[in-house]
Every structure is written in structure tokens, then in C-alpha cells.
Design a protein around this ligand. Structure first.
Ligand SMILES: NC(=O)c1ccc[n+]([C@@H]2O[C@H](COP(=O)([O-])OP(=O)(O)OC[C@H]3O[C@@H](n4cnc5c(N)ncnc54)[C@H](O)[C@@H]3O)[C@@H](O)[C@H]2O)c1
Length: 271
């Protein structure tokens, strides 16, 4: 059994799940954090069993990753487990948490406006938690001398989108946190990068109001005329985590099939 480990925050769905599976197929053991109830909890348990059937160790924690107490408990368990493994190597850390309030800042209906609590919760789960997890992993001495940290961002981090104010701010903050971590952790051999993913049909994205229209637009707006898939993103994480990649850090790396460089324009010869 390999001693390479990956910690995936948000392992049960979308990018996090696809990345977990791709890394497990490459021999990574998994520490998976997720927050699920009912049928989603059941699916997460089945996924954990699927990973174990690949011959890797999969330790899943169904907790709120934004809770200080739960984070401390999980890291203590990871620490205890790491001491039972020879040459334990926490090589990959992926932040793939999606849990935000999709509302506008301004609305004639005051009750429909984003509240302080909703903004803080969105920032905490989708951005701040990355810093707290990395700090505590560092304090526990769990970072390897070649760890790779990834956060996921999107066009929403730099462009205005309807009802996306809180998530957009979280994306911009996440990109900034990754840059800062890249510099502060460089002396320890750790790299940190943001994956800037194209529009992908995941459970989180499908909650964005007008998502079915976004899908149609997104397909046209892509030069290959398809959306990004979670597997595209997972493959990029695997590629960047290859031993040969030693020097890419602090970057925002587009994994969008060319969305951001392509200006879709349908020529109408009748005009
Ligand atoms: N889907 C897209 O089009 C797209 C594009 C670019 C970037 N992203 C970003 O990628 C990341 C993942 O998005 P996704 O679409 O794969 O989401 P998703 O909803 O499919 O998965 C989210 C995961 O996070 C977990 N989770 C959510 N809140 C949690 C909490 N408080 N504690 C513990 N676990 C929690 C869920 O259990 C699940 O495993 C997000 O940061 C998202 O903004 C998504």
C-alpha cells in the first residue's frame, strides 16, 4: 500500500469527488472531508467503499469543515493515523468546498438581501477555511517536504454575476490566500495553486439561479462546444501533482478548455 496521502475538503461531490477518485487510482490514500445527510451521506459511504476496493486507505469525516472544533478533532485523528504509517506523505491538499448564499446585496425587498451572517458563512466555508486547515496541518507537522495545495476558483472571482456577490468575494479571497500560502510555504517545499475551472454541471453549480441558461451559453462560449467536466479538473490536479512538477506555484491555472480566451460571436450575413 502506498504512503502517499491526499486530504480532500469536499470529497463527496463534484470536483472534490472526481479528484479523490483520480488520485486514489494513482495510489493515493485519502482523508476525505464532506458534509452530507440522508441519501447523500449514503452515497458518500458507498464512495468510500469504492475507494477502499481500489486498494487504498480511505478515511472519511462527515463534518462541517468550517467548525474550529471539528477541524481540531479531524486533524488529531489524521495525526494519530499518520503515526501508524511509515513514511507518511501528505502530498496533496485540495479545497473543494461549495456552500454559499446566492442572493443580491441590494433588493427592494430588504429581507431578500444578503445578511452579514450569510456573507460571513460563505467566506468562511469557501475561502477562510483553507487557511485554517493549512495552518493546523502545518502546526501538527503533517505537511510533507513536497506538498501540493489546490483551491478552485472561477470566472466569478473577477467578474460580476447575478446573485454571486458573496461567492465572488470568496473566490477572490481564495485566490489571494493561495498566493500568500505559496510564498509563505515556499521555504518548506510546498506549492499552492488555484485551479480556475470552466463552468461544470455539478450539484453546487446547478443551484445558481438560471443555471440551465448558463449551460446553453457556456457550451456556445467554449471553443470545443462543451462544458468543463469534473474529470477535466481532476486530471489537471493529478498532472500538476506529478513528481516532475516542482516549480509551478502561486498561479491561477485555467482548466476551462479555452472559455476565457474565446469570444463567441455568431456571424449573421443577413445583417
Ligand atoms: N461547478 C463549477 O462550475 C465550478 C467552476 C469553478 C469553480 N468551482 C468551485 O469548485 C469548488 C467545488 O464545487 P463543486 O461544484 O464541485 O461543488 P459540489 O457541491 O459538487 O461539492 C461540494 C462538496 O463540499 C462539501 N461541503 C460543502 N460544505 C461543506 C462544509 N461546510 N463542510 C464540509 N464539507 C462541505 C460537500 O459535502 C461536497 O462534498 C467550489 O469552490 C466551487 O466554487 C466550481
Amino acid at each position: 500500500m502506498s504512503n502517499k496521502y491526499a486530504l480532500i475538503l469536499g470529497c463527496s461531490s463534484g470536483f472534490g469527488k472526481a479528484t479523490t477518485l483520480a488520485l486514489a487510482k494513482e495510489g493515493y490514500n485519502i482523508y476525505g472531508i464532506h458534509m452530507d445527510r440522508g441519501s447523500a451521506k449514503q452515497e458518500a459511504e458507498e464512495f468510500q467503499a469504492e475507494l477502499e476496493s481500489l486498494g487504498v486507505k480511505a478515511l472519511f469525516f462527515n463534518v462541517n469543515a468550517a467548525s474550529d472544533d471539528r477541524r481540531a478533532e479531524v486533524i488529531a485523528e489524521i495525526d494519530a493515523h499518520s503515526k501508524t504509517v511509515e513514511n507518511h506523505n501528505l502530498r496533496v491538499i485540495v479545497h473543494s468546498l461549495a456552500f454559499g448564499s446566492l442572493k443580491s446585496f441590494i433588493n427592494k425587498d430588504f429581507d431578500a438581501m444578503l445578511t452579514k451572517k450569510q456573507i460571513e458563512m460563505t467566506m468562511d466555508v469557501m475561502a477562510n477555511s483553507l487557511v485554517y486547515w493549512v495552518q493546523d496541518i502545518f502546526k501538527a507537522g503533517l505537511l510533507a517536504d513536497n506538498s501540493r495545495i489546490y483551491g478552485f476558483s472561477s470566472i466569478g472571482g473577477s467578474r460580476q454575476m447575478k446573485n454571486y456577490g458573496a461567492v465572488s468575494a470568496a473566490k477572490a479571497a481564495l485566490e489571494s490566500y493561495i498566493r500568500q500560502l505559496a510564498v509563505e510555504l515556499a521555504p518548506y517545499g510546498t506549492t499552492a495553486n488555484t485551479i480556475f475551472a470552466g463552468l461544470t454541471n455539478t450539484p453546487a453549480a446547478s443551484k445558481i439561479p438560471g443555471f440551465s441558461q448558463m449551460i446553453k451559453f457556456g457550451e456556445q462560449q467554449n471553443p470545443a462546444k462543451r462544458l468543463t467536466t469534473a474529470e477535466d479538473v481532476a486530471n489537471a490536479v493529478c498532472l500538476l501533482s506529478d513528481e516532475k512538477n516542482t516549480w509551478i506555484t502561486g498561479d491561477v491555472i485555467r482548466v476551462d478548455g479555452g472559455d476565457a480566451i474565446y469570444e463567441y460571436f455568431e456571424y449573421d450575413s443577413t445583417i
